[in-house]
Design a protein. Structure first.
Lengths: 111, 113
C-alpha cells in the first residue's frame, strides 16, 4: 500500500462546477497535510495546508481533513480553466521525517 | 523575489559527462531537498539535508552526490551521467522539518543523450 494515494485521473469538470480531489494516507501519526498545484512544465506550488480535523477555506478552495478515516480532500468551487493542473497531496508523517507525496491527480476544467 | 533558486534551468549532457545542479534559498530554512520527477513516477526524493552539515539518502540516491555548502546552498552532482537520469530535478527547502510544507525551486530539465 502506498503511503499517500490519490486517484490519478484525469478528472474533467465543466467550467463553474465543483472539482473534488481526494487523498488517503496510511500513517496515523501524520501531523500536517498539504495540497500543491503543478502546472505543466512548472514546479509544485503550495496552495493549501491543513493541520486539524474539519474544513479550511481559502477563496474558492476548501481543504477537508478527517484523521479518523485518514483522508484529506480538496474542493475547488466555481472551477476555471486556469485551475487545470496536476494537484499533489502531501503528508508530513511527523517524527522529523520527510513529506510524502502522492502521485497527483490531473484536473482539466472544460470551458 | 524570496524563495528557492535553481540553476541551470535546462541542460543537455552526453552520457558519462558530469555536472552540478545548484540550489540556493533565502528563507533561512534549515532543511533542503533534491527531488526528481518523471512521468508517471511522481516526485522521488534523491537526497536531503535536515540541517547545515548533514546529508542523507532518500529513495533514489544511486548515481548522485550532494553537498550542503552552507545554510543557503545545497548542490546535486551527477558524476557520470546516464540516460536514466534524464528527468526534471527540483530543489526544495523547509523550516521545522517540513511541518509547514516545502517551497520548491523552478526546476532543472536535464536530458542525457
Amino acid at each position: 500500500q502506498k503511503e499517500v494515494e490519490q486517484n490519478s485521473g484525469p478528472l474533467s469538470v465543466p467550467e463553474g462546477a465543483i472539482a473534488s480531489l481526494n487523498c488517503t494516507y496510511s500513517d496515523r501519526g501524520s501531523q500536517s497535510f498539504f495540497w500543491y498545484r503543478q502546472y505543466s512544465g512548472k514546479s509544485p506550488e503550495l496552495i493549501m495546508s491543513i493541520y486539524s480535523n474539519g474544513d479550511k477555506e481559502d477563496g474558492r478552495f476548501t481543504a477537508q481533513l478527517n484523521k479518523a478515516s485518514q483522508y484529506v480532500s480538496l474542493l475547488i468551487r466555481d472551477s476555471q480553466p486556469s485551475d487545470s493542473a496536476t494537484y499533489l497531496c502531501a503528508v508530513n508523517p511527523g517524527s522529523a521525517r520527510q513529506l510524502t507525496f502522492g502521485s497527483g491527480t490531473q484536473l482539466t476544467v472544460l470551458p | 523575489n524570496a524563495g528557492v533558486t535553481q540553476t541551470p534551468k535546462f541542460q543537455v549532457l552526453k552520457t558519462g559527462q558530469s555536472m552540478t545542479l545548484q540550489c540556493a534559498q533565502d528563507m533561512n530554512h534549515n532543511s533542503m531537498y533534491w527531488y526528481r520527477q518523471d512521468p508517471g513516477m511522481g516526485l522521488r526524493l534523491i537526497y536531503y539535508s535536515a540541517s547545515e552539515g548533514t546529508t542523507d539518502k532518500g529513495e533514489v540516491p544511486n548515481g548522485y552526490n550532494v553537498s550542503r555548502l552552507n545554510k543557503r546552498e545545497f548542490s546535486l552532482r551527477l558524476e557520470s551521467a546516464a540516460p536514466s537520469q534524464t528527468s526534471v530535478y527540483f530543489c526544495a527547502s523547509s523550516g521545522n522539518t517540513g511541518f509547514y510544507g516545502y517551497t520548491f525551486g523552478s526546476g532543472t530539465r536535464l536530458t542525457v543523450v
